[in-house]
Design a protein around this ligand. Structure first.
Ligand SMILES: Cc1ncc(C[n+]2csc(CCOP(=O)(O)OP(=O)(O)O)c2C)c(N)n1
Length: 655
């Protein structure tokens, strides 16, 4: 409750201060809720300005989240946030306000819902388009158990472009279970949303019946709110009446799928949302409640540029938090998911890739580029601008992206699909069935491979070397610098079959690490440093730290050979066997799971190639376990993937 006006220590968040649990929210007057929304926005802006995070999406859902906790009985009732990047207000309202200061930091609150973090988080998310399936599963479980709580999924219009969301909606309509999908429509994915569905949603909003409906609802609320208390007419009735008028028009796609369609509603009118939700949650069937929101709501720079402010970077911990006015400059190191802006003077790997591909496409008219709603993050924005007719943003649809690439390849083009490693996991069957088995010359640019930092376990790309190497006919390579990336793209464009080039989040080294004149040859590694005590084998981004460690070892009197293997498939078995025969001590270093990647490939090679010979083998990589959120540097240090860790592992191996 507001504090005494005269108080010297007047809090800027008087309403929020009084809310330890979401149930306390219900005791607030409805007319105070817009003020509460402002207080929450202030908290989000303040913390994100320091810690980085998904600003625009979270600012857009504040009223919705207040309304959900106002109407529903959480945690008994369940809310599943799609992707989960928009859930900051939910965290603040569910007993985590103090910890919100630690958002995305090592040991702090996750930037996504996490069941281990709070019993108010009902499903772990991070990847898009899972919420409706999970909510439907929970609704079925509820009915089987004879319970009656509400299950709600909060789904973005971007997430609706994902196949899983559509599969789930199709099934949900048929099952006729009571459950609620709230479609949070802000017309944006990270970039402007794409596709026929997006256009369809816009159409729903411009229908004459909806425009009249808005007027009616607005008029009604103005008449009865805020003061009288007794005067709030039955909101559900009004909404239903108005919705009936909409229903005299041809039915919506959602109704055809078996949902009751309600809306669209103004997603920033908290009283309207409360009335609509209250009505919607009483219906004993699948309901789709369509709300219109503004990404970045309440913070002008983000409202005006929601793409840039989808995610903002962290500030160095030594600095004091920025004021909201200073925030626009705070984009130096964006979250892994968002931007490809370089962290040092050097280019990011994403930008190096985008620039190389754009240059090559000037001459090579076969090159086409595909992005699954990540043209900015993957460095493809320049390509998309320059060659719109050869550019395809398919929406959040990685499976479709891969099979569409297969089709383009079949038609004589050289499609390059740039997809983050962890999102590519979705398309494994398409990679096998549609690309590998037909040996089609699709090129995958696998971005954010390895550790990603603050986005944490859902976003690490630690599996791709292991799963890509299973695919017959694939050439799988990892550049360690911009020049190597460029020449690997050249190589990929000459191949008759599929290939993948995997590289990490972050900047490229300032200089090439492998002499650029040694152009990549499929299946051939390069020895960069001779040594007699042990051999360190690596590929891709760890090479810089490996070379530094070899220098440290030399200063310590240890002579290490360093091999840049470049390819995990085809694999340079001959070179690895030579190394093992020479030094008998092998250390592998990779930013991939220790299972099935470089360590696994070297183990298989040695077991088959040097049976009975004794050698010592040790591998450093990502563990068979979750790697918690932290800075990339901290994650690397704790896994021994920095120069010091490699130095220490080498000494242990020799001990
Ligand atoms: C499978 C997958 N692909 C890509 C992403 C990257 N991503 C995160 S949020 C987002 C846009 C989501 O748009 P929408 O659902 O409309 O939510 P909004 O941010 O607009 O609230 C994308 C593409 C992801 N999280 N998961």
């Amino acid at each position: 409750m507001p504090q005494n006006e005269d108080s010297q220590m007047k809090s800027v968040t008087p309403l929020l201060d009084g809310l330890a649990e979401p149930c306390a929210l219900k005791s607030l007057r409805r007319e105070d809720l817009p003020l509460l929304a402002e207080e929450i926005r202030g908290e989000i802006i303040r913390v994100v300005s320091r810690n980085g995070g998904h600003l625009a999406s979270s600012l857009g859902t504040v009223e919705l989240i207040i309304a959900l906790h106002y109407v529903l009985d959480t945690p008994r009732d369940k809310i599943i946030f799609d992707v989960g990047h928009q859930s900051y207000a939910h965290k603040i309202l569910t007993g985590r306000r103090a910890e919100f200061e630690t958002l995305r930091q090592e040991g702090g609150l996750s930037g996504f819902p996490k069941r281990a973090e709070s019993f108010y988080d009902d499903f772990d998310t991070g990847h898009s388009s899972t919420s409706v399936s999970a909510a439907l599963g929970l609704a079925c479980a509820r009915d089987l158990a004879g319970d009656d709580h509400v299950v709600a999924a909060v789904l973005g219009d971007g997430a609706l472009t994902g196949g899983m969301a559509l599969e789930a909606m199709n099934h949900a309509g048929a099952l006729k279970k009571k459950f609620l999908v709230i479609l949070n429509d802000n017309n944006m994915s990270i970039s402007p949303n794409v596709g026929g569905l997006s256009e369809y949603l816009s159409l729903l909003v411009t229908r004459p019946a909806y425009v009249n409906f808005r007027k009616k609802i607005k008029g009604g609320l103005n008449q009865y709110l805020p003061s009288s208390g007794q005067g709030i007419v039955d909101g559900l009735k009004r909404i239903e009446d108005a919705v009936k008028s909409i229903l005299t028009e041809p039915s919506t796609m959602f109704e055809t799928l078996g949902f009751k369609y309600l809306g669209p509603f103004d997603g920033h009118d908290v009283s309207l949302l409360i009335e609509a939700l209250d009505g919607a949650q009483k219906l004993e069937r699948p309901v789709l409640m369509h709300i219109m929101t503004k990404k970045g709501k309440g913070y002008a720079p983000a409202e005006n540029d929601p793409l840039t402010f989808h995610g903002v970077g962290a500030k160095s911990p030594a600095q004091t938090p920025l004021t909201p006015d200073e925030l626009p400059g705070e984009k130096s190191e964006p979250p892994a998911e968002f931007s490809s802006a370089p962290t040092k003077k050097a280019l990011s790997f994403s930008d190096a890739f985008g620039q190389s591909l754009t240059q090559k496409a000037e001459k090579d008219k076969r090159i086409t580029a595909i992005s699954a709603a990540m043209s900015q993050g993957t460095g493809l924005a320049g390509f998309f601008e320059k060659f719109p007719e050869r550019s395809f943003d398919v929406g959040i649809a990685e499976q479709h992206a891969v099979t569409m690439a297969a089709g383009l390849a079949l038609g004589g083009f050289r499609p390059v699909a740039a997809i983050y490693s962890s999102f590519l996991q979705r398309a494994f069957d398409q990679l096998h069935h549609d690309v590998a088995l037909q040996n089609l010359p699709v090129i995958l640019a696998v971005d954010r491979a390895g550790l990603v930092g603050e986005d944490g376990p859902t976003h690490h790309g630690g599996l791709d070397l292991s799963f890509l190497r299973l695919l017959p006919g694939f050439t799988v390579m990892a550049p360690a610098d911009a020049e190597e990336l460029d020449s690997m793209l050249d190589l990929a464009l000459t191949l008759d079959g599929p290939s993948a080039i995997r590289y990490p989040r972050g900047s490229t080294p300032l200089r090439p690490l492998t002499p650029p004149e040694l152009k990549p040859v499929a299946g051939r590694g390069v020895r960069l440093r001779e040594g007699s005590d042990l051999s360190i084998l690596t590929l891709g981004s760890p090479l810089e730290a490996v070379l530094e460690a070899a220098g440290l070892l030399a200063a310590d009197g240890i002579s290490a050979s360093v091999v840049n293997l470049r390819f995990i498939k085809p694999f340079d078995q001959e070179l690895v066997l030579n190394e093992a025969a020479g030094t008998s001590h092998i250390l592998t270093v990779e930013e991939n799971s220790i299972l099935g990647g470089l360590y696994g490939t070297v183990s298989e090679t040695l077991a088959a190639g040097l049976p009975g010979k004794s050698y010592r083998l040790r591998g450093i990589g990502m563990p068979d376990a979750q790697v918690a959120q932290a800075t990339q540097a901290s994650q690397r240090a704790s896994l021994g993937l920095d120069a010091q860790g490699i130095f220490k592992a080498a000494k242990d191996l020799l001990a």
